[in-house]
Design a protein around this ligand. Structure first.
Ligand code: CTP
Ligand code: CA
Length: 223
């Protein structure tokens, strides 16, 4: 259903959002991917648009649809394609929110033909590091631009999130809770803690991703 916000505090702002997983090709019919559903990123894009922003959503492969015609959708598959789309859009953006679960590695070589099971040894897939999109935008960032990242950690959650905030030159990072049932990949709810570059920290309860998106946008607009 279409959702309208009562706020119009992002009017005139240009926002870039990344969402979903990336798929890294092995051969024409196979890829390396992850369980990201894209729901959090799509909810964020819709929230920003409903608050008046002009939104570009750079999305990896997901099966979600958009409700707000004010969101411009750019579909990509791999981390490299996502980086190229972001490098295009970021210079004219006021805010960028890196919600995508970008694959950290990609196969070094993509087979031209489907890898066949018979007549071959068990294949070894050599991987290479993907570019860090958030860190790349962090280096490109000019004064007045805000860059927001996400983190999902299994241990030392707060320390790891804050280390990422600094290393990638972010203004804010949203830590997804792994501890709570109903939070994270595929679910419709999420539980987050927000850390800002000035040291401020705010913890939220388990709630629908749409409401989490509103909390995140409130936090961005308070910087
Ligand atoms: N990110 C990105 N490009 C990558 C990897 C991550 O833009 N190649 C962004 C994510 O969208 C997220 C933030 O960086 O906003 C943190 O992602 P995460 O996977 O937690 O960070 P990594 O630096 O990949 O560290 P880790 O080893 O914990 O996976
Ligand atoms: Ca990673």
């Amino acid at each position: 259903e279409r959702y309208f916000s009562s706020k119009a505090d992002m009017k005139g702002k240009k926002v870039l959002v990344t969402a979903g997983p990336t798929h890294e090709k092995i051969d024409p019919v196979r890829f390396i991917g992850n369980y990201s559903s894209g729901k959090m990123g799509y909810a964020l894009a819709e929230e920003c648009a409903s608050r008046g922003a002009e939104v570009t959503l750079v999305s990896g492969p997901v099966s979600l649809s958009l409700h707000n015609p004010a969101v411009k959708l750019v579909r990509v598959e791999s981390a490299r394609e996502m980086l190229a789309a972001c490098e295009d859009v970021f210079p004219s953006s006021d805010v960028a929110v890196m919600c995508a679960a970008v694959a950290d590695y990609a196969p070094r070589n993509v087979a031209d033909h489907k890898i066949k099971r018979e007549h071959s040894d068990v294949p070894v897939i050599e991987l290479v590091k993907n570019p860090d999109i958030a860190a790349t935008l962090g280096k490109m960032k000019r004064s007045g631009q805000l860059l927001v990242g996400f983190a999902l950690e299994t241990d030392n959650e707060a320390d790891n999130a804050c280390e990422k905030l600094q290393r990638k030159n972010l203004d804010m990072i949203v830590l997804n809770s792994m501890r709570d049932k109903g939070a994270g990949f595929g679910t419709d709810t999420n539980k987050v803690t927000i850390f800002k570059a000035d040291g401020a920290r705010e913890e939220f309860g388990l709630k629908p991703k749409r409401e989490v998106a509103a909390d995140i946008v409130d936090a961005i607009m308070s910087i």
